[in-house]
Each structure stands twice: as structure tokens, then as C-alpha cells.
Ligand binder design. Structure first.
Ligand SMILES: [Zn+2]
Length: 134
């Protein structure tokens, strides 16, 4: 007896909340980085011959803001979308639940891949199915 301790900490609201706060900060930082990279892409395309950097006036910055999503590469667009969705799920308190089996996703996995929507079991299963299809 007692060798079979079941971990029953469904009610770990405070711990989970601070983890989510941490993840939220990480996601926001990652998003900012991606947008900064997009800024580099915009500067590069405005100035293809590598001449002195144009002095970006406020006007140019506003235009860049409006167009930045169109100028991002597809992979970055997808990542920003995932980050936004993850931030929305955190705000709606739906974050950290597997889309497939509706079980909580482990803290470790959320930290490693904060934009994930599947627990490790479902993700592994999905990848195996994808590999079998090839
Ligand atoms: Zn799952």
C-alpha cells in the first residue's frame, strides 16, 4: 500500500497560471522577433542594391505596418498565426488542452512547443500516420 500514489493535481490553478504567464511572455517575444525579422525583409526589398539605408520616416513605418503580413514569408505567417491562436487560447483559458483527446498537455511539452495544440501521444500518432501515408 502507498506504493501506488496517484498524482491528483487537477486543482493546480496557481501553478498553471504562472506557467501560462511565462509562455505568454515567450510567445509575445517570439512574435516581436518575427515582426522585427519582417522589418529586415522590408528594408532589404526596398533597398535591393545595398545602398545606404533609407531613413524610414513615420509615413514609411505606417505603410510597412500595414503591409508587413503580406511581405512575410509563408512559414513566418503560419507561425505568427499559431502564436496569435495560442495567445487567444491563453486569454480564453482554453490553453494547454489537446485538440484531439481533450486531455491536458504536459507542462514540459507546452514549454518546449508553446504553439502546439496536441498532446505528445496524439502528435506521435499523427506523425506515424503521416509517415505511413508516404
Ligand atoms: Zn491528445
Amino acid at each position: 500500500m502507498g506504493s501506488n500514489k496517484v498524482q491528483n493535481n487537477q486543482k493546480n490553478g496557481d501553478k498553471t497560471k504562472s506557467l501560462f504567464d511565462e509562455i505568454k511572455k515567450d510567445l509575445e517575444a517570439q512574435r516581436t522577433d518575427l515582426l522585427a525579422e519582417a522589418g529586415v525583409i522590408i528594408a532589404g526589398s526596398l533597398n535591393p542594391r545595398g545602398e545606404a539605408f533609407p531613413d524610414l520616416s513615420d509615413q514609411a513605418t505606417v505603410e510597412a505596418d500595414q503591409n508587413f503580413l503580406l511581405r512575410l514569408r509563408e512559414r513566418e505567417q503560419k507561425l505568427i498565426k499559431k502564436i496569435d491562436e495560442a495567445l487567444e487560447r491563453i486569454a480564453a483559458e482554453e490553453y494547454g488542452i489537446c485538440e484531439s483527446c481533450e486531455e491536458p498537455i504536459s507542462d514540459k511539452r507546452l514549454k518546449a512547443r508553446p504553439v502546439t495544440t496536441y498532446c505528445i501521444n496524439c502528435k506521435t500518432e499523427q506523425e506515424e500516420q503521416e509517415n505511413n501515408r508516404k
